[in-house]
Design a protein around this ligand. Structure first.
Ligand SMILES: Cc1cc2nc3c(=O)[nH]c(=O)nc-3n(C[C@H](O)[C@H](O)[C@H](O)COP(=O)(O)O)c2cc1C
Length: 221
């Protein structure tokens, strides 16, 4: 599966099969997490076979089922734009997971933050987690804002690479599918900004930034 196929096929999945993640997929994910950490200075950890941070009530009766693995996005509190950086690298891991035959769901709120098995040093913080596993289903497509609401370039004037980037951004996960972002092309430079700030908007911006780059092959700031 190519990265572009992964962008199209990925949807949030909250119900998982009771099946451990296979060794080759674990190795690939661990390798990529190490690469992301080396590049970014983050302390991303992938926790397998541990469901303690998923509320039992939610696990059995609510939206999540058999959630037993997760990516913990951890980094130094002093890092400027830590949430944005976690969004960027988290989405890189999400698309790679999709390529490994795994499903994912970003989780900012529906988990017990104090019960994760992640190592968090005194000068670090946990920004959010991403559930990981083999889905009962592949999830389903959802509504997206139209291109003209998400970027500053008119349809007729869009370079092909920019169009691919915005199409990928339309498919990017955002908290509660709010899509409160705007993509600006000035000269050759692409920038993503938040149109409404909230607790999750910087993470969303980072996710969209990676998704644009993966879809367009073009740098996004
Ligand atoms: C930063 C962030 C936080 C999220 N937090 C939660 C959450 O706490 N619980 C949940 O069920 N889904 C959560 N989601 C998943 C979104 O609801 C989902 O990505 C969005 O509705 C778009 O759907 P899609 O991922 O299938 O494209 C979160 C997504 C993001 C990006």
């Amino acid at each position: 599966m190519t990265l572009k196929e992964a962008i199209v096929l990925r949807h949030s999945v909250r119900k998982y099969l009771d099946k451990p993640i296979e060794a080759p997929a674990r190795e690939a994910m661990n390798r990529l997490a190490a690469e992301c950490n080396a590049e970014s200075g983050l302390h991303i950890q992938i926790i397998y076979d541990d469901s303690t941070c998923f509320p039992a009530l939610l696990a059995h009766f609510g939206m999540f089922r058999n959630a037993k693995n997760y990516i913990a996005l951890v980094g130094k509190s002093s890092v400027p734009d830590l949430s944005g950086i976690c969004g960027y690298y988290g989405q890189r891991l999400v698309l790679a997971a999709q390529q490994q035959g795994l499903n994912t769901c970003w989780i900012g709120g529906s988990y017990k933050k104090k019960k994760t098995a992640a190592e968090i040093a005194a000068d670090e913080e946990l920004i959010c987690i991403i559930a990981l596993g083999y889905g009962e289903t592949q999830g389903s497509p959802r509504r997206s804002k139209p291109m003209e609401a998400l970027c500053n370039v008119a349809d007729a004037d869009m370079p092909a690479w920019f169009r691919h980037g915005v199409m990928a951004a339309q498919l990017a996960p955002t908290a509660m599918n709010q899509q409160k972002f705007y993509i600006t092309l000035e000269g050759d430079t692409v920038t993503v900004t938040e149109t409404k700030k909230n607790a999750m908007s910087a993470i969303d911006r980072g996710i969209v930034r990676y998704q644009f780059e993966a879809g367009s092959g073009h740098r996004c700031f």
